[in-house]
Design a protein around this ligand. Structure first.
Ligand code: APR
Ligand code: PHB
Length: 390
């Protein structure tokens, strides 16, 4: 088989790249190890930057997003039992859009199927070669058959556990990371959100908490928990009680509880791999970087990589110029590190660390006061939260 771009992974990165290349008349084939249903069954975050919403519209998959998403003017930060509203719209002109990553993935999958574009699901043993040669090849097993996909370029959109990053020689790859000494237990429940007008981030001595939503009838909540905790340690009742304890009285009073329809624990970590290009192989999304979810940046950063990569590949095929391709890694990493810094800073600010001393706690409170009382600090936060300009 032959194509121009072989895309490894049918998560939001791979599907969005496939869609943008398709609209530019560039051939691309997606190779995914899971089934489409399995890909859609993953519960992930759901807060979109303005630049992400614009990119999804430009990719022709914004119609349902426009209809079903919830638009917020800003976010709430709660500490000392007080909510503080950061008015992102007033400070930046941009808004915050609540729309589940699963819905974004579904819209992209529907668009791809609707255009009859090739996606090989449930493949096995994917391996890559030829990245530094005249053509690249993606090998994989499908229905017991060995397949070969020759291509000009490979887009590694296969997430943190994928094969693409591991195809870069170890002596050429630099890895940077931080593991945080806690996780988030997340609950999805078909109950109206406690704060429908704004995602609410709570800093509390008992630990961090977050109130978010998927719709006006489906809510998503998280509380900080020890990394050693297991889901079995958290009954629904314990979860709701702990959440209410960490919120301000008003938001806790608005909390409507119910049975969880999904409950999972996610570790928090920061990770970056450099470079994001190795010859004919490009990395995008979680294949190259992981952010702690505190800043709601995972999906948004993946979309910004894909936007840069699509522009570079379109420039290559349309204008026969490799300027974009040759600077992709450096340009993507410059944005990645800014977003990593914001997510790391928000994590340090809003969580309770086991080894924080009294001085450290006072510093956190003073930083929260500065953030919510100094317009320049609120504006900087709002600009990062809404999405940095390209
Ligand atoms: N071969 C083929 N497909 C693979 C392989 C492989 N060896 N390894 C992984 N995959 C597939 C996975 O099954 C998954 O569907 O690659 C896809 C990667 O998707 P994601 O992990 O969702 O990564 P990405 O598309 O970059 O999306 C990033 O996902 O985790 C969130 O917070 C993150 O929101 C961010 C977004
Ligand atoms: C979510 O809606 O799941 C969500 C919102 C904000 C975050 C992380 C997750 O920072």
């Amino acid at each position: 088989m032959r194509t121009q771009v072989a895309i490894i992974g049918a998560g939001p990165s791979g599907l969005l790249l496939g869609q943008l290349l398709h609209r530019a008349g560039i051939d691309a084939v997606i190779i995914e190890r899971q089934s489409a249903e399995r890909v859609l069954s993953r519960i992930r975050a759901g807060i979109l930057e303005q630049t992400t919403v614009d990119t999804l519209h430009a990719a022709g998959v914004g119609e349902r997003l426009q209809r079903e998403s919830i638009v917020h003017d800003g976010i709430n930060i709660v500490y000392d039992n007080q909510p503080h509203f950061i008015d992102v719209r007033a400070l930046t002109g941009a808004v915050v859009t609540a729309y589940g990553q699963t819905e974004v993935t579904r819209d992209l999958m529907d668009a791809r199927a609707g255009s009859g574009l090739p996606t090989h699901y449930e493949v096995e043993e994917v391996w890559l070669e030829g990245m530094t040669g005249s053509k690249a090849v993606a090998h994989f097993q499908q229905h017991g058959e060995t397949r070969r996909m020759e291509c000009d370029y490979i887009a590694g959109c296969d997430g943190f556990h994928g094969v693409s990053r591991r195809s870069i020689p170890e002596d050429r790859l630099r890895e940077f990371g931080r593991a945080y000494p806690f996780g988030w237990i997340g609950v999805l429940a078909d109950v109206p959100p406690a704060s429908p007008h704004a995602v609410t981030y709570a800093h509390h001595a008992r630990g961090f908490a977050l109130c978010s939503m998927r719709s006006l009838t489906r809510s998503r909540y998280y509380v900080q928990c020890p990394s050693s905790d297991r889901v079995e340690d958290w009954s629904d009742a314990r979860f709701w009680d702990e959440l209410a304890l960490r919120l301000d009285a008003r938001t806790a009073g608005e909390l409507i509880t119910g049975p969880s329809i999904d409950k999972s624990i996610a570790p928090l970590r920061s990770y970056v791999a450099e470079p994001m290009r190795w010859g004919r192989l490009f990395l995008a999304g979680d294949a190259a970087h992981i952010v702690p979810p505190t800043g709601a940046k995972g999906l948004n950063l993946a979309v910004s990589d894909v936007r840069l990569l699509a522009e570079a590949l379109i420039e290559h095929y349309r204008e026969r110029s490799d300027a974009g391709i040759d600077s992709y890694s450096q340009r993507a990493l410059r944005r990645v590190w800014k977003v990593e810094r914001f997510s790391w800073w928000a994590t340090l600010l809003l969580h309770t660390f086991p080894d924080t001393d009294d001085f450290g706690r006072r510093m956190q409170e003073a930083e929260l006061d500065t953030l919510t009382q100094l317009e320049s600090a609120s504006r900087s936060f709002a600009e990062h939260y809404a999405g940095l300009a390209f």
